[in-house]
Design a protein around this ligand. Structure first.
Ligand code: F6R
Length: 588
């Protein structure tokens, strides 16, 4: 949700900012802008669209600057609403949502101040300018004390053009010393370089970057020290000359599954995590989107294999549901980014109510990793495409490993997780045939994905993938529920994808297939049972390798990911950057 970047140093700021923004584009790509100052003159360049739209600003002169790539929250997509925002001597970029902005703006308007955008961010610029009397840090602190909501800010004043001030509340911010200057950004890869010393700001903290000095302050204004964070330079290396990251990331699934198993076997963190798990009688899971679907997959496996009651909650619902957190509850928060605002808020609430929190996260040093009692890192590596693919499979193998371990402690025989990397490679090879299904989807009005048990979890994820990147209305459904209402939507040529990987309930799902077929649906099948591929109702099928049915989404989701990808491309979309979405959802 918006990426911010800042630089002050010896080099020209504009190229540094633009390069940083390219690495933050996954956080939003509605509009983009930079502001640079050479100490005399301030130049602001803003455009609608992606970072490439401000390539022309590379030659703007100035050694201090801030930049922003936006995912619109308050105010539509327009040049006026793009950042940086300025008022009087203050220029800023903001990531987050200010919840009391309307009230603050009302008071400022009453004082006769004028606004040029619809954003809450411009309100902050006014508050800082009004509080400024020669001390930028003090003015930012005073302004922030009036704000409710979330923010990561990078601010400079044309009166003190050798200084940047940063603040953080519930939105991530990294600050650091690079070789030739001081840097700030929403995420590590935007500023990572060899020998850079990087630090994370915590909620309520401030940083002052001046000359080559970097100072940190607590919410109370006291100087504080900080430890540097470790980072992997390669994590930011996402250059790739192929067509789409999403396709590349699906191809990486076997490698990710392999790396995940190795990590689980070798990582001591896992054994700590398992010790806690083994004592737990009750599990709550909180997550959003694809990560929520991973949670559903774990529930299915955990309850069927280990008989441990497991509840899965959408994080944005959990946080406002006054949840019951029974004594001894283990809360598992699942998140690729580790920055999802709703998941973080759910975790805070659960902790307050006494839960022990385990975070299953892909991105190191993310906010969730600092909140959790124990962190289990997934091994997806950096995922660039906005639609989660390999990170879902990485979450599943980590979560199924938990179920496997709990089972072994309880003396229950769990199915083996070995061989999944090889089977995933086979599945990718076979699933290429789904490309030939796309003509049925490209012109469809809507599509449906059905399954039972773990197959329903895969259906939900397949449907989410399709809708988010192809913009085709789609529903994932429990196969048995179709007849209770949704069947009314089936008309001739409606594509229905059925997933069947559990022998004992396969015929039950086939009943739903027949019901849909009788109403004119075109049926596509993802299954590990050859005989169903030959049924007269089935137009086309993918025969995936057999694997334990409780773990089957790890394979059955692959053809669905590919189907979404090919449909998106066939509809002329950019599957890597779907409209209205961003990779990291740091606002409510
Ligand atoms: C869908 C997708 C989203 C995310 C969701 C949670 O492809 O990527 O639904 O899964 O926004 O994000 P994380 O996992 O970062 O908490």
């Amino acid at each position: 949700m918006c990426g911010i970047v800042g630089y002050i140093g010896k080099k020209q700021a504009a190229p540094v900012l633009i390069e940083g923004l390219y690495k933050l584009e996954y956080r939003g790509y509605d509009s983009v802008g930079i502001a640079v100052s050479d100490g005399e003159e301030l130049r602001i360049v803003k455009r609608i669209g992606r970072v490439k739209e401000i390539e022309c600003a590379r030659r703007e002169r100035g050694t201090v600057g801030i930049g922003h790539t936006r995912w619109a929250t308050n105010g539509g997509v327009s040049v006026e609403n793009a950042h940086p925002h300025s008022y009087k001597n203050i220029v800023l970029v903001h990531n987050g949502i200010i919840e009391n902005a309307e009230k603050l703006k009302y008071d400022l308007l009453a004082k006769g101040e004028k606004f040029y955008s619809e954003t809450d961010s411009e309100v902050i610029a006014h508050l800082i300018a009004d509080a400024y009397s020669g001390d930028l840090l003090g003015a930012v602190m005073r302004a922030c004390s009036q704000l409710t909501g979330s923010y990561a800010l990078a601010v400079f004043s044309t009166d003190e053009p050798r200084m940047l001030v940063c603040a953080r509340m519930h939105s991530p911010l990294i600050v650091g010393k690079a070789k030739e200057g001081l840097v700030v950004a929403s995420d590590i890869p935007a500023v990572a370089e060899k020998d850079a010393r990087l630090y994370t700001l915590n909620d309520g903290e401030f940083a002052k970057l001046e000359g080559d000095e970097l100072l940190f302050f607590s919410a109370a204004g006291r100087r504080i020290g900080k430890d540097t964070i470790e980072f992997d330079l390669n994590e930011g290396c996402v250059e790739w000359n192929g067509r789409h990251f999403m396709r590349k990331e699906i191809d990486e699934i076997p490698k990710v599954l392999q790396a995940s198993r190795l990590e689980i076997e070798n990582d001591s963190c896992f054994s700590d995590f398992y010790k806690v798990l083994c004592q737990t009688e009750y599990i709550q899971i909180v997550a959003c989107g694809t990560a929520y679907h991973s949670g559903l997959c774990l529930k299915s496996a955990m309850e069927r294999i280990c008989r441990v009651p497991t509840e899965v909650c959408i994080a944005s619902e959990y946080r406002y549901s006054d949840p019951i957190v029974a004594k001894g509850t283990l809360l598992i928060a699942i998140s690729q980014s580790g920055e999802t605002a709703d998941t973080i808020a759910a975790v805070r609430l659960a902790k307050k109510r006494g839960a022990y929190v385990a975070a299953v996260v892909n991105v190191r040093y993310s906010s969730l990793t600092r909140l959790a009692d124990v962190v289990l890192y997934t091994q997806a590596g950096r995922e660039v495409a906005v639609a989660a693919t390999k990170s879902f499979n990485a979450q599943l193998i980590a979560l199924y490993s938990i179920a496997e371990t709990v089972a072994s402690v309880k003396g229950v025989k769990a199915p083996s997780l070995t061989g999944l990397a090889r089977k995933a490679a086979e599945t990718i090879a076979i699933s290429e045939t789904v490309r030939s299904w796309t003509p049925y989807f490209v012109g469809a009005k809507s599509a449906y994905f059905i399954g039972r048990g773990a197959d329903m979890c895969a259906a939900l994820e397949g449907s989410l993938k399709l809708k988010e990147i192809s913009y085709l209305p789609s529903e994932g459904y429990a196969a048995g529920e179709l007849k209770h209402g949704t069947l009314a939507l089936i008309e001739p040529y409606t594509p229905v994808v059925a997933i069947i990987t559990r022998r004992d309930i396969a015929q039950k799902t086939m009943n739903a297939v027949r019901e849909a077929y009788s109403r004119g649906a075109v049926i596509f099948l993802v299954t590990c049972f050859k005989e169903f591929c030959d049924e007269k109702e089935v137009t086309a099928s993918v025969l995936i390798p057999k694997c334990p049915p409780d773990y089957s989404p790890i394979l059955s989701v692959i053809p669905l990911q590919l189907l979404a990808y090919y449909t998106s491309v066939a509809r002329g979309n950019d599957p890597d950057k779907p409209r209205n979405l961003a990779k990291s959802v740091t606002v409510e």
